[in-house]
Design a binder for this molecule. Structure first.
Ligand SMILES: Nc1nc2c(ncn2[C@@H]2O[C@H](COP(=O)(O)OP(=O)(O)OP(=O)(O)O)[C@@H](O)[C@H]2O)c(=O)[nH]1
Length: 259
């Protein structure tokens, strides 16, 4: 099923089995991919353009144009793979707009949508092209920052928080709103294969702490010390041991952790 926003800002859903060429064309054009799918192209090019445009759409959140949650999970899984193999640091930030319900309740849902779009633009301007920024859910965003050392991660998280605070959102000619976000962050476990669920839970826990501490602040988990020695790395990634060498192996840690 594809979801898109109509010109009147209403959400519309289309089941793939009901998707007609004209609807596919309208969806791709609306998303700004019209050049890729001009009907006076050759039929093959035209159809390929539509298919490419629809694939692109299926990865995006229709309101903000950021990566959607499904796409973000795929990126996180890839990042876990990379971190497990390379041992590089990677940071996951979860961000949540503070008191957003009040915006909706006071100014209406459309004003809330304008705030979401504005925050999405501000966040996009704060991250590197190699980072992936997503709308994770209602008023929650997420960013994964590959190759991100602890000191840099804290600077980015604080920069993001300040940027949102410094960008008022105009929701009507007479009304401008000051918006803030709370930010929680957790580093990936280096050399150890974790799961997207565990990683997001750790970042979410820090986000909860930032909210509990008063909102409009950053809380980042201390980078877990999962450094392994060169010898241990060779145990993880080296050739398999033969039974005759088992006697040389260090005893197994009952928790399964690598120190
Ligand atoms: N306008 C708009 N509102 C949304 C959307 N998705 C979720 N929301 C609203 O986001 C609000 C979330 O409210 P809460 O979870 O209570 O959080 P909050 O008011 O931001 O409070 P804190 O997170 O504790 O600071 C609800 O009012 C939802 O209706 C959306 O796509 N557009």
């Amino acid at each position: 099923m594809l979801q898109f926003v109509t010109p009147s800002a209403a959400y519309q859903f289309v089941y793939l089995r009901d998707l007609r060429l004209a609807t596919a064309h309208a969806l791709v054009t609306q998303a700004g991919g019209a050049e890729a799918a001009l009907p006076n192209d050759s039929p093959t090019h035209y159809l390929q353009g539509l298919i490419d445009g629809l694939c692109e759409l299926s990865l995006k959140d229709p309101l903000t144009g950021l990566a959607n949650r499904r796409h973000f999970r795929t990126v996180l899984e890839r990042e876990i793979d990379r971190v497990t193999r390379s041992g590089e640091a990677a940071l996951l930030l979860m961000l949540d707009i503070d008191n957003f319900k009040k915006v909706n309740d006071t100014y209406g849902h459309l004003a809330g949508d304008l705030v979401l779009q504005s925050v999405a633009r501000t966040l996009s301007a704060c991250v590197r092209p190699m980072d992936t920024l997503a709308r994770y859910g209602g008023e929650e965003f997420a960013v994964v920052l590959p190759a991100c050392q602890a000191a840099f991660g804290r600077v980015v998280a604080e920069r993001v928080r300040r940027a949102v605070e410094a960008t008022p959102v105009r929701i009507s000619p007479a009304v401008e709103l000051n918006i803030t976000v709370s930010v929680g962050g957790a580093f990936a476990l280096q050399w150890i294969r974790s799961t997207t669920q565990l990683w997001t839970e750790r970042a979410d826990h820090q986000l909860y702490r930032a909210k509990m501490a008063g909102r409009n602040r950053v809380s980042i988990e201390e980078q877990p010390d999962s450094t392994v020695s060169a010898e241990e790395k060779s145990l993880l990634f080296g050739p398999l041991y033969t039974p005759s060498s088992w006697g040389d192996l260090p005893p197994l840690d009952p928790t399964g952790s690598v120190y």
